[in-house]
Design a protein around this ligand. Structure first.
Ligand code: IMP
Length: 193
């Protein structure tokens, strides 16, 4: 089985990645390897941030690892919050602050189209690869659901009756930007089996 360190301090992402990879990969958290680190993400693209996070952990540990970075792009807001999705409502803001800000910015807007894009950077045997996943959908007019994290209560994937936060994890993971990017990574890793 592959053993990869996942470069994140976000426990929601860690749980999702483990649900998505099942028993194909032994996903090791930073806690598992005893690393307490604040991982930088200062680039201006999600791909750049994913590379920066993975390189940071690789340089510290020399272990095979991967990182993801996600952006929510809202058409009527010219692609915002995009790469700045984590701190949309300001430095140190919560998920709830960000969700409130999205709903406020979109007050009175009929065009609700949005997408999540996720970039995963894998560093395996010293080589770096990037995989991307995307899901289109729309921003709802109010919050629904309590599962998931981040913007999940206001994002409804195309063709679905529920927001990500109303779905059981297997349904979100089967559709999501992260699920799609991870499946590409798994396909890529298959050649090394
Ligand atoms: P990052 O990838 O940690 O930089 O995430 C950027 C922002 O998007 C954070 O505010 C996350 O909470 C949010 N986010 C990341 N992945 C998801 C997701 O799967 N659903 C909803 N929000 C997400």
């Amino acid at each position: 089985m592959f053993s990869l360190v996942f470069a994140t301090n976000n426990l929601h992402k860690l749980r999702e990645i483990r649900e998505i990879t099942g028993n194909t990969i032994n996903v090791r958290s930073l806690t598992d390897i005893g690393l307490d680190a604040d991982i930088p993400e200062t680039q201006d693209t999600i791909e750049g941030n994913a590379r920066q996070k993975a390189r940071f952990i690789y340089e510290k540990t020399g272990m095979d690892c991967f990182a993801d970075d996600t952006g929510l792009e809202i058409a009527a807001l010219n692609g915002e919050p995009g790469v700045y999705s984590a701190r949309y409502a300001g430095e140190g803001c919560s998920f709830a602050d960000n969700v409130r800000k999205v709903l406020e910015e979109m007050l009175g807007m009929d065009d609700r189209r949005a997408c999540f894009r996720c970039a995963i950077c894998l560093i395996y045997k010293g080589n770096e690869f990037v995989f991307e996943g995307r899901i289109d959908g729309e921003i709802t007019f109010s919050q629904s659901g309590s599962d998931g994290f981040g913007y999940d209560p206001v994002f409804r994937p195309e063709g679905q009756p529920q927001t990500f936060a109303e779905m059981p994890p297997y349904l979100k993971n089967g559709l999501s930007h992260r699920g799609r990017a991870v499946h590409q990574m798994l396909q890529y890793l298959n050649q090394f089996q």
